[in-house]
Design a protein around this ligand. Structure first.
Ligand code: FES
Length: 176
C-alpha cells in the first residue's frame, strides 16, 4: 500500500552540510544573550536550514549550548512553528472548527486521506502533500474550508478534492 507515516529523509550529504552550517551559526555568537532566547534563535536557524528540526540537529544544539536535549525537544514541540517532521511542499489544512465540522469538514478529511492514501499528520512518500487539521480559519460563513499552503478553498465538497490535488501536481510538474 502506498502509505507513509514518516516524511522523506534528508540525504546524508545535505544533512552533514546543514549540521556544519548550524555549528558555524552557533559559533558566530550572534544569538541573543540569555539562554532561552539563544535557544529559540538557534532553533529558528535549524528550521531554516533543514525545513524541520531533525534529531541530529537537536544533539548539536544541546552540545553547543549546553542545554539538555529533552528541553530542546520540549520547546520544539511546544511552538507550532517548529516541526519535528519534514514538511510537505503542499501542506493541506482541513478546518476542524465547529462551522466547518457541521458543514462536512470530516468528509473532506476522509476524502483527502483516501485520495492521498495517507493519514492525518502524515506526508506522502514523494514529499508533495502533507495533511493536518487547523482551528477556525476565520471564514466560517464559507464553510467547509480547506487551506493548501496559502490558498484557501471554500464551500468545498469531497468531489472537488481530486481536481484540487491534480492542480498542485500539475504545478509541481511545471516547476521541474
Ligand atoms: S470553522 Fe472553519 S473557517 Fe471557521
Amino acid at each position: 500500500m502506498n502509505t507513509c507515516t514518516c516524511a522523506p529523509e534528508l540525504k546524508e550529504k545535505e544533512k552533514q552540510d546543514g549540521l556544519k552550517e548550524l555549528k558555524d551559526f552557533i559559533k558566530t555568537g550572534k544569538q541573543l544573550h540569555d539562554k532561552q532566547g539563544a535557544l529559540m534563535n538557534v532553533l529558528h536557524k535549524v528550521q531554516e536550514i533543514f525545513g524541520y528540526i531533525p534529531r541530529e540537529a537537536m544533539d548539536v544544539v544541546s552540545e553547543e549550548l549546553c542545554v539538555p536535549t529533552a528541553h530542546i525537544y520540549g520547546m520544539a514541540t511546544f511552538y507550532n512553528f517548529f516541526s519535528l517532521k519534514p514538511k510537505a511542499k503542499y501542506q493541506i489544512y482541513v478546518c476542524k472548527g465547529t462551522a466547518c465540522y457541521v458543514a462536512g469538514g470530516a468528509r473532506l478529511l476522509e476524502r483527502i486521506e483516501d485520495e492521498l492514501k495517507i493519514k492525518l499528520g502524515d506526508v506522502t512518500p514523494d514529499g508533495l502533500f502533507g495533511l493536518a487539521i487547523t482551528r477556525c480559519l476565520g471564514c466560517c460563513g464559507l464553510s467547509p474550508v480547506v487551506q493548501v499552503n496559502d490558498e484557501v478553498f471554500v464551500r468545498l465538497v469531497p468531489e472537488k478534492i481530486p481536481g484540487i490535488l491534480d492542480k498542485f501536481r500539475k504545478m509541481e510538474k511545471k516547476t521541474k
